[in-house]
Design a protein around this ligand. Structure first.
Ligand code: NZQ
Ligand code: ZN
Length: 384
């Protein structure tokens, strides 16, 4: 196991009826900006619960944050914050709202063009405190310090991280996820699954706990996924999926082990260029990436195949083929297609994705930094 330092400061408040705890989690003297998306929270009752909990607080609102939150739109929050002397941000929604709010928190006192936070990984000198009420389990943004932001008029989708951006608290009430459309539930399951594989399917370093927890999350997703589509209002199933998503990207399983993340970087370019959902892009890229990197990932692929999919017979290569096929089948079984063709993306457009990777300095990625532009092209070609 590699050396590591671990400090995740986010307080998690999990379960039914927990939104009311906002009343005490945010000090009464704070001026709050409540941020949200395109209205799902107004339809499913979450907005009303938040408003009730904040009845003795002063709060302003910034709604309309888009999926794959947009830089230009988020900048519009900055004058509202300055004019009203806001000193606490409360994100209510999915990963896009949480990420957008983290960006606002870092941008508000940033000297210079805030895109520098993303493009050149400039560190923010300060950030406003953030709280979160999560309504879509997927990204882990509720318990990590990352954020992914896109531009409106150019194919740019970039991430940044800073320790100031951990939410102070996140409220995870699984009943808020009953209203999710099946497509978003499925996207969340795929995103969670691939957060795990990015930290687990690399090469062995004898990190037994991280491996077992990673396998536990994958097995839980595989077991719970059919149940949630058969019975979307099943509290226990929703609770398990919600906690899976948080545990998959709250630092823990990635400690002391190599991290890959190439599926994410290649996937972000697909969203930036073609607008596919984040989960869809990952389901397209991962099977092809595992195939291209089967030698480098051999040992962990075999371990994953055996422990998660019970694949024990055949040569190593046959076992790896079966393991990749099972992974693809799982994504397809929950309604997420895994080929460019399924989304009418023509192979002739792959060079544009490669140009984007180059522009975004993604020329040596993966756990061994050996996925160059040529290999990325090979991976994209395997997605057709
Ligand atoms: O905008 P509203 O009306 O809220 O509707 C949203 C949106 O249309 C809807 N939704 C959310 N909760 C709902 C609901 N609809 C009904 N009932 C509910 N309870 O779902 C749609 C998608 O929401 P979004 O927030 O975009 O989805 P997700 O949570 O999957 O977030 C995706 C974004 O997170 C980034 C992705 O790149 C993408 O931009 N990621 C962030 C990460 C991080 N910060 O660590 C890591 C991830 O790998 C990922 O890159
Ligand atoms: Zn993701």
């Amino acid at each position: 196991m590699f050396n590591f330092t671990f400090c995740n400061p986010t307080k998690i408040i999990f379960g039914k009826d927990q939104i009311s705890s906002l009343a005490t989690e945010i000090p009464r003297n704070k001026k709050i900006l409540l941020t949200y998306g395109h209205g799902s929270i107004k339809k499913n009752g979450v907005y009303d619960q938040v408003k009730l909990a904040l009845k003795d607080h002063v709060f302003f609102e910034f709604g309309g944050i888009s999926p794959n939150p947009k830089y230009e739109q988020l900048l519009e929050a900055l004058p509202i914050i300055k004019q009203n002397k806001i000193d606490f941000l409360l994100a209510v929604g999915g990963g896009s709202v949480v990420d957008g709010t983290k960006f606002i928190a870092a941008a508000v006192n940033f000297k210079g063009e805030p895109w520098e936070l993303l493009e050149n990984a400039k560190a923010p000198a300060s950030a406003l405190p953030i709280g979160c009420v999560l309504t879509l389990p997927a990204t882990g943004s509720e318990m990590n310090c990352g954020s992914v932001i896109s531009k409106t008029n150019s194919p740019d989708k970039l991430g940044f991280m800073h320790e100031l951006l951990y939410p102070q608290f996140s409220i995870l009430d699984p009943t808020t996820t009953f209203s999710l459309p099946p497509k978003q539930t499925a996207n969340g399951i795929v995103d969670t699954f691939i957060h795990v594989t990015e930290q687990y399917l690399t090469y062995p370093v004898n990190a037994a706990i991280q491996d077992r927890v990673a396998e536990g999350i994958l097995l839980t997703l595989i077991e719970e996924a059919p149940k949630v589509f058969a019975d979307p209002n099943n509290y226990d199933v929703r609770a398990n999926l919600m906690w899976c998503a948080t545990c998959a990207l709250n630092d823990f399983i990635g400690l002391g082990v190599p991290n890959d993340w190439a599926t994410h970087w290649l996937g972000h370019e697909i969203t930036a260029r073609f607008g596919l959902d984040h989960g869809e892009t990952l389901a397209i890229v991962l099977p092809s990436l595992l195939n291209v990197k089967r030698e480098q990932k051999r040992e962990k692929l075999l371990q994953y195949g055996e422990r998660v999919w019970n694949i024990t017979h055949g040569s190593d290569n046959e076992k790896i083929d079966k393991t990749i096929a099972k992974t693809r089948e799982f994504f397809e079984s929950i309604g997420i297609k895994t080929r460019f063709n399924d989304y009418n993306i023509d192979a002739s457009l792959i060079p544009e994705l490669i140009q984007q990777l180059q522009r975004h300095k993604m020329k040596a990625i993966g756990e061994n930094q050996d996925i160059d532009l040529k290999q990325s092209e090979l991976i994209y070609r395997g997605c057709v």
